[in-house]
Write a protein that binds this ligand. Structure first.
Ligand SMILES: NC(=O)c1ccc[n+]([C@@H]2O[C@H](COP(=O)([O-])OP(=O)(O)OC[C@H]3O[C@@H](n4cnc5c(N)ncnc54)[C@H](OP(=O)(O)O)[C@@H]3O)[C@@H](O)[C@H]2O)c1
Length: 249
């Protein structure tokens, strides 16, 4: 398969569904071999990506399991040369701050922040050792700019992820590695199912989006392929908002 990402290998976390699956498909369509990472249910991704004639490897591991994630990412970098890392997996738990449980706080931070650092640290080290540069993209959120409603751990994790993106860009730009984030607006996935099921909230949100529609996972694919490819070489430490105009309002 020839395309802007031909001969590259991409690792995408949380690629069983939603934005991760769409971006993994986009990378495969652009010619990259893809390693899909999820807790379970990766066969759909393997079948869909396989149609593009690229190599697809499936890795099952719960990112909330720190020890297993360490072993798994070390094995991946031993067996593959990762050119592109998309830290996509993320979870959200909704409750007002006064009722927010410690378990929810810890679970969200473990997946959305700890695992992102853990994986990026190992992949970044392997990119530096190979000396051929690399592309690292992390899914942040509008809630790295705003407070959100009853999602304190999620908001804290996404502010942190945007900060980490800039910190790593500063350190690794000298190696030809770019580290950027994509901050999606309101996208139709399992992550926003509860919001879309509440018809008043759904209408309020849609009314504030200048594009007058919720985003689709496919809306994130073009930006992800661009940040993963050769044309974005001088963009580093950037948080690219893809929100139908929400923040401009
Ligand atoms: N949707 C939005 O409006 C929106 C807006 C801003 C930012 N984002 C961010 O975009 C990213 C993707 O979200 P999405 O909307 O596509 O959500 P999604 O449809 O819920 O997909 C999330 C993916 O991550 C995986 N995942 C979750 N916890 C995991 C774990 N512990 N180990 C391994 N995989 C795990 C899920 O697998 P399982 O099926 O096994 O749970 C799923 O495949 C997230 O970082 C999210 O915060 C989304």
């Amino acid at each position: 398969m020839t395309g802007p990402l031909s001969d590259k290998t991409a690792l995408v976390t949380g690629s069983a569904a939603g934005i991760g699956l769409a971006c993994a498909r986009g990378f495969a369509r652009a010619g990259a071999n893809v390693i899909v990472w999820g807790r379970k249910n990766l066969q759909v991704a393997v079948d869909q990506l396989g149609e593009f004639g690229v190599n697809v490897t499936a890795v099952e591991c719960d990112l909330a399991d720190h020890a297993n994630t360490t072993t798994t990412i070390k094995k991946i970098v031993e067996e593959h040369s990762i050119d592109i890392l998309l830290n996509n997996a993320g979870i959200i738990r909704r409750a007002p701050a006064v009722d927010y449980s410690w378990d929810d706080w810890r679970d969200v931070l473990a997946v959305n922040l700890d695992a992102v650092f853990q994986i990026t640290q190992t992949v970044g080290a392997s990119m530096i050792a190979r000396g051929q540069g690399g592309r690292i993209i992390t899914l942040s959120s509008l809630l790295s700019f705003q407070g959100g409603v009853s999602v304190p751990a999620y908001t804290a994790s996404k502010h942190a992820v945007s900060g980490l993106t800039k910190a790593l860009a500063n350190e690794w730009a000298q190696y030809g590695i770019t580290v950027n984030a994509i901050a999606p607006g309101y996208i139709e996935t399992a992550n926003t199912e509860q919001l879309r099921a509440d018809s008043d909230r759904e209408k309020q949100i849609r009314a504030r989006i200048p594009a007058a529609r919720w985003g689709l996972p496919e809306d994130i694919v073009g930006p992800a392929v661009f940040l993963a490819g050769p044309d974005s070489a001088y963009i580093n430490g950037h948080v690219l908002v893809v929100d139908g105009g929400w923040l401009a309002r």
